[in-house]
Ligand binder design. Sequence first.
Ligand code: NOJ
Length: 566
Amino acid sequence: MSLLSAERRSAQEVVSPDAWWKSGVIYQIYPRSFQDSDGDGIGDLAGIRQRLGYLAALGVDAVWISPFYPSPMADFGYDVADYCDVDPRFGTLADFDALVAEAKAIGLRVILDLVPNHTSDLHPWFVQSRSSKTNPKRDWYLWRDPAPDGGPPNNWLSNFGGPAWTFDAGSGQYYAHMFLKEQPDLNWRHPDVRAAMYDVMRFWLRRGVDGFRVDVIYHLIKDEGFRDNPINPAFAPGGDPAHRLLPEYTADRPEVQDIVLEMRRVLDEFGTPASARVLIGELYLPVQRLMSYYGMDAAGVLRGAQLPFNFHLIGAEWQAEAIDRLVREYEAALPAGASPNWVIGNHDKSRIASRIGGGAARLAAMLLLTLRGTPTLYYGDELGMTDVPIPIAEVQDPLERRVPGHGLGRDPQRTPMPWSTGAIAAGFTTGRPWLRMGDDANERAVDRQLAEPHSMLQLYRRLLALRRSQPALHEGSWVPLGVQGNVLLYARGDGAQRMVVLLNFGATSASVDMGALSRIPVPLPLQVLLSTGLDRDESVAATITLRPEEGLILGRRASSGVAAFA
Ligand code: NOJ
């Protein structure tokens, strides 16, 4: 992307009050693991409510709460048995209402996880559907006759391994499931299914939610002709079995776009101001294919999702040039009026501090919170939590238990949040935590990190505060300044207000020649406004040396405090 087009894009994008999501920060809560309030060892809604003050002080704008609906927990809540209630393990609807009211009172938005691709096999819709071939709900799910040899109707595979089809002996047909067999896929070609799910959205919107993260939105429509998926020529034995086949006929079908538009319309029924309610799509797709989920039309009217989740930092090689390439590619691919979003972790992926190491995780925090667009944080990453190895006898993730050795076990990244040093279960619960906590829970606990001036939590708080106070960081354009050795350089902001970010991805010190920033006018000297070590504030003139894995934000310090430079 040229400097000019970056400048132009920023000039076009005046952040309006109903576009909080363009500059805001989202925080994902996995409710089982955030805070338990009743001693049963499982986090709950009342627990989240107790910790809203922590989230506000951290400096995030919205929380996205993973599913808490009644569920047999075959996939820890991603198998919903009732879309319009709260599982007793997590509380009650009254707890939910109290949570939303209190969140709103302190300026936090609440985003729910909508799981429309599949229900639980114990959802009354499926119970009826499987009861007979002629049941009125039969076509709410995807039923097919066996192949001539009695096997599955086609070669589709489940994302969790094995065929995407399970035979129902009672009614003599197979049903489709992109995930576990306990998660039958709904038939989104059926108008009644759509209407029912849009009513689910209205149910929660009436209760005040600010939007939805839509689980596997790209899977909602499957090929009408149930054609076989093509074989992946690149598949290697031992690789993820789901990747044996390219999911051409089960993912990202063109008709999914109609559903995105319809969901947008439902959100906009509750839009005061228009488009303040967010639609976030869970989309594991290449950058170019993600773009079609951005819903801005030529007139600048929002017609689709604001935030098609961009997971590319999760898989990216942790190296300055690779990250530079990725950000440029993403920025350049964006449709007019669309805004980027960035994610470095979630409940399905190994934690960032385990993927790249603790020092690099501090650098990743600075990257995430200084890129343009909307960052989503995963609970506990702000404490530097790492994956916790779970002994086989204690494995909880049903996926790992169901398909041992599949390598998809997700317990390690879902362990309980440590709050208080020395307390039982580090303050997560007064009982026995549902999943073991890391040996370092006391060291990582929130209270300990708040008392330690250079902790990871302090870094997150300082980054979030700086980002919030500086338009250059929360709404300014992103101006690539290239890579010097292992150091990635970029500026944020336009001609009126700018900051420069230097990120050393290397394991050795690196000197940066500030003359190389001549692509933009830089009035030297600048000051270090924030360093990942939280221990530098010097002036920077001709060159600056970064320590291994160190990141710096440079700007001007005014007498009134920190400032971008003009
Ligand atoms: C994606 C969710 O993030 C994951 O946790 C879940 O297992 C699948 N979708 C199925 O709902």
